[in-house]
Design a protein around this ligand. Structure first.
Ligand SMILES: [Zn+2]
Length: 704
């Protein structure tokens, strides 16, 4: 310990005579009683908890043995460092004398905090002033010793400061402006909280900051209502804690809501900053009622912190199992900040937007979002990536499994998934003319045609069981879909493409499957795809892998199975631009409204970097996108791009609905349901040149 006593006997006398710590009370109450806030020129006012009511609960958690740490995330001008840092220091000096370490961002900031804020606060707060040591060398800029013998260190991030002594209390201010790694020893929070461990549950670590780190996964979506985006720094500490958010009751409908940027209305991006900022209001998301700027203080005083898992009704009744953690964590945002007007908030935002438009620099914008609004920043490059939400908005209604008007033929694409959740992922797309297409179906095949003793279908295992691939014939290639207005007519799958990459065994079984298809006369409807490792000018290259010379390869290829190597980057560029088309027409992609969010997330998960390479930013799924890419590669192979639409080949013609009249059906254009075992009219080996139209069943028309 580096505690330095002024004079042992003198201190003891002082402590006994006048400095008995007052009776225990909540920290906020004690600070209200004992702390005066210096206002300059020697004047001061008492700290007023009704100005910043949201700071009371975090302050009180600093004396609560259920918590080791308090994390407070909030914008500038909330009064957070006044209450949480200065207030806590005052409380400790007066009510709970113990060694205290304050970590500021830098040595200079530490000096400034000490001289400009703490010294003045100590002098104007009588109960603190009484406890200051009268000895000159007990009152230095970075080290202060009090009459009770307790020591206050006002330091900065360095191993020297953070590893030399034990402190019962550690406060870290402006956490996200501090280096992430102190002298290669780790982050300040971890190093700081280690200093308190000898005090067991009485030790406390506080970190407070506005967010300052960038969002690491642009495709992140909150899994729970209070989850913060993935960043390093203060928001990651918040996420580790019990995640409290600051709610206001709506003055119109009494329901509680978050006073955050998403609920601010009255202005829009590109508005004149002066005009736009004056119109800024909060809107209750429950009743759409408008809240005026003057109502902020009143609503803050009615506000409440709710933990993750809790909810509150309009009567103020709280329900739900709160998240438990030794870290009490709090996150509030700009619109609730006591010392910042909405007008200024929005003015700063619109100005920063303008600056970005003019200069392309995001620095100001990032700082406004972080320090004024209290939110994590998502860089523009990530914001401009296509959002799945935008695509979802385009979803149209048609019955599940039905083929809408305009579709000329169907292709199925299959992704083979290994690992624990092994399955075939199947997507069926209907192509119309000139690239217009519809998502017809999307499903997983998880059960094989193998049965156990109880007659249950076994889990599918495409890498270990070659026979499991048979389901791709029965459940995909043989599938038919009714036409929207087609009466008795159903549309079959024209052809199917399978990605053969993946875990060991998959490629081998894919080859075997294709040989089987060839025997069954299906080879021209089944294609094996693989991403091309080498960049080539040719979009798709047909190859016949032959590794009979090599013994180290498990996949047995003897040059008899065609594999199509795809330039996936170029194909992805195409699909991406097709997805970007917003009005119906050439290359427009239609989505049915039954697809859930995960489909759109998959479709937009991959990102294109500045070198034109597509990659996943994290471990999220991207099957929907991959499968769209395969489907397009497949139709290109079929010759789709060369079709003259005034005279398309039979397989790309619109279905002739009149064919449900058996007498009208021209025999030559009709093929039987493409089936291997069941149909007596076995498909010949050239389906690519015949129509994909099939009747509902063998009894539905006499024209087969
Ligand atoms: Zn309301």
């Amino acid at each position: 310990m580096t505690v330095r006593y002024a004079s042992a006997s003198g201190v003891r006398k002082d402590v006994a005579a006048l400095l008995k710590a007052p009776r225990r009370m909540p920290i906020a109450k004690a600070v209200k009683k004992y702390m005066r806030v210096p206002m300059g020129e020697g004047s001061s006012i008492p700290w007023d908890d009704s100005l910043t009511p949201y700071i009371i609960e975090p302050m009180n958690c600093l004396a609560d043995r259920r918590y080791d740490s308090v994390i407070f995330v909030g914008p500038a001008r909330t009064g957070k460092s006044l209450g949480l840092v200065d207030g806590w220091i005052v409380y400790v000096i007066v009510c709970d004398p113990a060694d205290f370490l304050l970590v500021q961002v830098s040595e200079e900031k530490a000096r400034e905090h000490s001289k400009k804020r703490l010294d003045r606060t100590f002098r104007s707060s009588r109960e603190v002033a009484k406890r200051l040591s009268p000895h000159r060398n007990d009152n230095n800029v970075h080290d202060k010793t009090f009459k009770a013998g307790n020591y206050l260190k006002i330091g900065w991030p360095s191993v020297n400061v953070l590893s030399s002594s034990d402190y019962k209390f550690v406060a870290i201010t402006d956490y996200d402006r501090i280096t992430e790694d102190v002298d290669n020893e780790g982050d300040v929070y971890t190093l700081g909280s280690k200093r308190t461990t000898t005090f067991m549950s009485a030790g406390k670590t506080l970190a407070e900051s506005s967010p300052g780190r960038e969002i690491t996964d642009s495709k992140w979506r909150a899994k729970t209502p209070h989850e913060a985006p993935p960043t390093t720094g203060i928001l990651s500490l918040y996420n580790r804690g019990d995640r409290r958010r600051w709610y206001w009751p709506c003055p119109h409908c009494s329901e509680y809501f978050l006073p955050i940027r998403e609920n601010m209305v009255g202005f829009s991006e590109g508005d004149d900053p002066t005009k736009g900022s004056k119109a800024a209001r909060l809107q209750c998301p429950h009743c759409m009622g408008i809240i005026e700027p003057e109502q902020k203080r009143e609503l803050n005083n009615k506000g409440i912190w709710l933990r993750e898992g809790q909810s509150i009704d309009s009567q103020g009744t709280i329900t739900g199992e709160p998240r438990e953690s030794r870290i009490a964590s709090f996150w509030m945002e700009g619109p609730a900040a006591a010392y910042q007007t909405w007008e200024k908030l929005v003015y700063n935002l619109l100005n920063a937007e303008q600056e970005y438009e003019k200069t392309g620099s995001e620095e100001t914008l990032k700082s406004v979002i972080n320090t004024d609004w209290g939110q994590a920043y998502l860089p523009k490059i990530s914001q401009e990536q296509r959002s799945g939400d935008d695509l979802k908005l385009r979803a149209e209604y048609w019955d599940y499994g039905v083929v809408p008007d305009g579709v000329r033929f169907l292709v199925a694409t299959v992704d083979v998934q290994g690992g624990k959740k092994r399955r075939f992922v199947v997507q069926v797309i209907g192509y119309g003319a000139r690239g217009e297409r519809w998502i017809i179906d999307r499903f997983d095949i998880t059960r094989s045609l193998r049965f156990n003793d109880d007659g249950e279908a076994q889990k599918i295992d495409p890498s270990s069981y070659a026979e499991d691939w048979k389901v791709l014939i029965t459940d995909v290639l043989d599938k038919t879909y009714p036409l929207q207005d087609g009466n008795e007519i159903e549309m079959g799958i024209h052809s199917m493409a399978i990605d053969t990459g993946g875990e060991e065994g998959v490629t081998d079984n894919a080859y075997q499957f294709w040989r089987k298809c060839k025997k069954e006369g299906l080879a021209r409807r089944v294609y094996l795809f693989k991403g091309d490792g080498k960049a080539k000018s040719k979009l798709i290259t047909k190859s016949y892998p032959d590794n009979t010379e090599r013994s180290d390869r498990r996949a047995k290829a003897r040059g008899d199975v065609p594999i199509y190597l795809l330039q996936t980057n170029e194909l992805k560029d195409r699909i991406s631009s097709h997805l970007g088309r917003e009005t119906v027409g050439n290359n427009y992609i239609h989505f049915p409204d039954w697809l859930d969010d995960s489909f759109y997330d998959e479709l937009t998960y991959e990102e294109r970097d500045s070198n034109g390479k597509w990659a996943k930013p994290g471990k999220g799924a991207n099957e929907a996108f991959d499968l769209m890419v395969y489907a397009h590669a497949l139709v290109i192979l079929l010759g789709y791009e060369k079709i003259k639409w005034e005279n398309p080949p039979k397989w790309a013609q619109l279905p002739d609905i009149n064919r449900d009249n058996p007498l009208m059906a021209p025999k030559s254009t009709v093929i039987a349901p493409p089936s291997i075992q069941t149909s007596p009219e076995k498909t010949d080996s050239t389906p690519a040149s015949s129509s994909a139209w099939v009747p509902v069943s063998e009894t539905s028309g006499g024209w087969v």
